[in-house]
Design a protein. Structure first.
Length: 346
């Protein structure tokens, strides 16, 4: 059985996406665990990790998601487990979850140091075993990527760890990155297992996902909740000015505006809009609501002003869901094309 620990230097580097892509591209029988859960969801009076639930649903894994984690809170873990007890629990989980599996994926917390005080950061986990490979995912702009790689090489203690190398993720221009930075990375002595291009479609969100994250009331257009949001614009100007804005002309946009801006709402309904977020709990006239319903353009009602709503939308993290079949297939293909699975699985 191959055992692979995935971690990242920063939050939202694409660690879980790489886990799904690697698992799909390898075609191996999968086991998954995330010892320290950090994306918490509460279901059926129980607490579990979002990523663990996602992996269960995508790959049809056995068992409850809560059993993929040792715990979720630093204070409880400090109280319940010492160093020896933590290692024993990890060994038990590997034995249980990895039984009869070809590949066991172990995902670290939201960033490299997360869980260090309770010995559940990725490096501490890797030091508990002799045969598990540690792979780091780095992502962001080029400068952030190079900073992270240099930091790993100079300051991260990887002794007694089977460190396989790094996957560089979300690179806007792969050719330029290779020409400009790859030699410097190799000079640091860091193995590059893959350079994965940025795929904007992986950042798109279904309207339903946006509505759930905003806890918005859907007042019309329920049939369009599966439409995809590709960009966001704010309708605080006149309609004439909005029509000159390139974002307003884009297909798949999310528009934020007040419900009393009937002219703006109507213009959005007629211009390939995925959804309209209405601020300040202001309802538009009934004829506008009817037009949105007929066009299957969801109207999402929220209580905040335009600025607050914009900030909330911008901070929605485009997490994968079990229904994102196209995104999952995209991840499988980009990993196949850009990541050395042979080296990771060797």
């Amino acid at each position: 059985m191959n055992k692979l620990i995935l971690t990242s230097m920063r939050r939202s580097a694409g660690k879980t996406s790489m886990a799904i892509g690697i698992a799909k591209a390898s075609g191996k029988k999968l086991g998954y665990m995330k010892p320290f859960g950090d994306r918490l969801i509460y279901r059926e009076k129980r607490l579990w990790d979002y990523d663990a639930a996602l992996m269960r649903d995508v790959f049809g894994l056995e068992g409850d998601p809560e059993k993929a984690s040792i715990g979720f809170q630093h204070s409880k873990l400090r109280y319940m487990y010492g160093e020896d007890a933590t290692k024993k629990k990890l060994l038990e989980m590997v034995e249980r979850i990895g039984k009869n599996k070809d590949l066991l994926l172990i995902e670290g917390g939201m960033y490299l140091s997360y869980g260090a005080s309770v010995r559940l950061d990725a490096i501490s986990i890797a030091k508990c075993f002799d045969d598990e490979k540690l792979v780091m995912v780095v992502g962001g702009n080029e400068d952030a990527i190079m900073d992270d790689i240099a930091f790993i090489k100079r300051y991260v203690d990887l002794r007694r760890v089977n460190f396989s190398g790094i996957i560089i993720n979300k690179v806007r221009d792969v050719g330029d990155f290779k020409d400009t930075h790859l030699d410097a990375v190799h000079e640091m002595g860091v193995d590059v297992l893959g350079i994965v291009p940025y795929k904007p479609e992986l950042t798109y969100m279904p309207v339903r996902y946006v509505a759930d994250n905003l806890d918005a009331k859907v007042i019309a257009g329920e049939g369009g909740l599966d439409k995809v949001v590709k960009c966001m614009t704010v309708g605080a100007m006149s309609v004439a000015a909005a029509m000159q804005n390139p974002l307003f002309k884009k297909e798949g946009k999310l528009l934020i505006t007040a419900g009393d801006r009937s002219d703006m709402v109507l213009a959005a309904i007629e211009s390939n809009t995925s959804c309209i977020v209405l601020t300040n709990d202001i309802l538009p006239p009934s004829n506008i609501i009817s037009k949105a319903a007929d066009a299957n353009v969801p109207l999402l009602l929220v209580p905040w002003d335009t600025y607050q709503t914009t900030m909330r939308v911008e901070h929605i993290e485009p997490l994968l869901t079990k229904n994102d079949a196209e995104k999952i297939e995209t991840l499988k293909e980009v990993v196949k094309k850009n990541v050395s699975l042979k080296e990771i699985m060797a």
